[in-house]
Design a protein around this ligand. Structure first.
Ligand code: NAD
Ligand code: TDX
Length: 332
C-alpha cells in the first residue's frame, strides 16, 4: 500500500485515474488541484474518505507542493492547461502551469527522493502527413506546433534533465487523444455529443480531414498504472490503442449513434497551425510491460460515452454555455 499524490485529479484523465486506483489497488490518494475552469469536484464524488483527500491548490505553490510531496510515496502529475484552442488565445497560463508547475514538482521530488510519473502527450512530436505510413515512437524528434504542445514538450525536457542530472526516479508517458466520461465539453467529442443532445449541429474545423488516434481514458490510465508498477526509471513510454480516425468520420459515427443524419454537421474556420495527424506506435509499452488496451472498438466506446453524457447532464450542463460562448467569439 502506498500514498499517491495525484495532481490535476479533478480534471478529465486525473479523476478517472483516481477512480481506477481506488477500485483496483489498496493505495491511498491525495489530489492536488487548483480547480480551474477545467476542474470539477463532482468528478470525485463518492471517493472513500479513508483512502482519499482533496487539497485545492496550485502546483506552482512551492511550499504547498513541498509539504504534499513529503507525505507521498509517488507523484503522478496530470495537472495542466490542456486545451490547444485556449493556448492560442492566451498562452501565459500554459507556460506558468505546464512549465513552472512541473519545475516546482520536480524540485520537490528531487528534495524528498520520491518516485515521479509525468503524464504527457503525443503532441510534443508535432504532426504527421495524412499519407505518411509512419507513426510516433519513443525516439521521434520533438517538434511541437502549438503553445500548449510547446509547454508540454518543455516540461518533458525538464523531467528528462532532472532524471539524468539529479537521478530523480522518473518515467514519462506520451499518450494520444483520450475520450470517455468526465471530459470537459470544450473538447472535440464531448462538445459534439452535447451539441447533438441540445439539437445543435456538430462543428468540424476546416474540412474535417485531420486525424487523431483515439484511446479510451481507462486504457490510458491502466497504462499509467502499469508504468508505475513495472516501468524502467528514466524511460519514456508511448501510449496508444491503434485507433486512427479522421474527425469527419468521428462526427459521422456520433450522429449515426444518436439517430441523426450522418451529414448533419457544419464546417467552421480551421484552428491556426492545426496538426494534421497523430499516430502512436505503442510497441515498447506492449512488449516490455505487456500492456493491452481493453477498448478496441471505437464505435462501442463512443456509444458508452454518449450514454454517460446523456445520464450525467447535471455534470456538464454548468460548463456548456460558457464553452460555446468562447467558441462563438471565434466563429467556431
Ligand atoms: P483537464 O484540462 O481536463 O484537467 C486538468 C486539471 O488540472 C484540472 O482539474 C485543473 O483544475 C487542474 N489544474 C490546472 N492548472 C493547475 C494548477 N496550476 N495547479 C493545480 N491544478 C491545476 O486535462 P486532461 O485532459 O485531464 O489532461 C490531463 C493531463 O493529460 C495533461 O497533462 C495533458 O497534457 C495530458 N494528456 C491529455 C490528453 C487528452 O486527450 N486529454 C492526451 C494526452 C495527454
Ligand atoms: O469543435 C471542434 N471541432 C473540431 O473539428 C473541436 C473542439 C475540435 N475539432 C478538431 C481539432 C482536432 O483535430 O478535433 C480534433 C480534436 O480536438 P481537441 O479535442 O481540441 O484535441 P487536440 O487538439 O487533438 O488535443 C487533445 O489531444 C492531445 C487534448 O486536448 C490534449 O490535451 C492532448 O494532449
Amino acid at each position: 500500500m502506498s500514498i499517491l499524490l495525484v495532481t490535476g485529479g479533478a480534471g478529465f484523465i486525473g479523476a478517472n485515474f483516481v477512480h481506477h486506483v481506488l477500485a483496483s489497488t489498496d493505495d491511498t490518494v491525495i489530489v492536488l488541484d487548483k480547480l480551474t475552469y477545467a476542474g470539477n469536484r463532482a468528478s470525485l464524488a463518492d471517493c472513500p474518505a479513508n483512502r482519499y483527500e482533496f487539497v485545492q491548490g496550485d502546483i506552482c505553490d512551492r511550499e504547498l507542493v513541498d509539504q504534499l510531496v513529503a507525505r507521498a510515496d509517488t507523484v503522478v502529475h496530470f495537472a495542466a492547461e490542456s486545451h490547444n484552442d485556449n493556448s492560442l488565445l492566451d498562452p501565459e497560463p500554459f507556460v506558468t502551469t505546464n512549465v513552472l508547475g512541473t519545475f516546482a514538482l520536480l524540485e520537490a521530488v528531487r528534495k524528498h527522493d520520491k518516485r515521479y510519473h509525468h503524464v504527457s502527450t503525443d503532441e510534443v512530436y508535432g504532426d504527421l502527413a495524412l499519407d505518411d505510413p509512419g507513426r510516433f515512437c519513443e525516439t521521434t524528434t520533438y517538434a511541437p506546433s502549438s503553445p500548449y504542445s510547446a509547454t508540454k514538450a518543455a516540461s518533458d525536457h525538464l523531467v528528462r534533465a532532472w532524471a539524468r542530472s539529479f537521478g530523480v526516479r522518473a518515467t514519462i508517458s506520451n499518450c494520444s487523444n483520450n475520450y470517455g466520461p468526465r471530459q470537459h465539453v470544450e473538447k472535440f467529442i464531448p462538445r459534439q455529443i452535447t451539441n447533438i443532445i441540445d439539437g445543435v449541429r456538430p462543428k468540424l474545423y476546416g474540412r474535417g480531414h485531420n486525424v487523431r488516434d483515439w484511446i479510451h481514458v481507462d486504457d490510458h490510465n491502466s497504462a499509467v498504472l502499469r508504468i508505475l508498477q513495472a516501468g524502467r526509471l528514466g524511460e519514456t513510454y508511448l501510449i496508444g490503442a491503434d485507433s486512427e480516425q479522421d474527425n469527419r468520420s468521428v462526427v459521422e459515427m456520433l450522429l449515426t449513434l444518436m439517430d441523426q443524419p450522418a451529414d448533419a454537421y457544419d464546417l467552421v474556420p480551421d484552428r491556426p497551425g492545426h496538426d494534421l495527424r497523430y499516430a502512436i506506435d505503442a510497441t515498447k509499452l506492449r512488449t516490455e510491460l505487456g500492456w493491452r488496451p481493453s477498448y478496441v472498438d471505437l464505435e462501442a466506446g463512443l456509444a458508452a460515452t454518449i450514454d454517460w453524457y446523456r445520464a450525467n447532464e447535471a455534470w456538464w450542463r454548468p460548463q456548456k454555455a460558457a464553452a460555446e460562448a468562447r467558441y462563438a467569439a471565434q466563429g467556431k
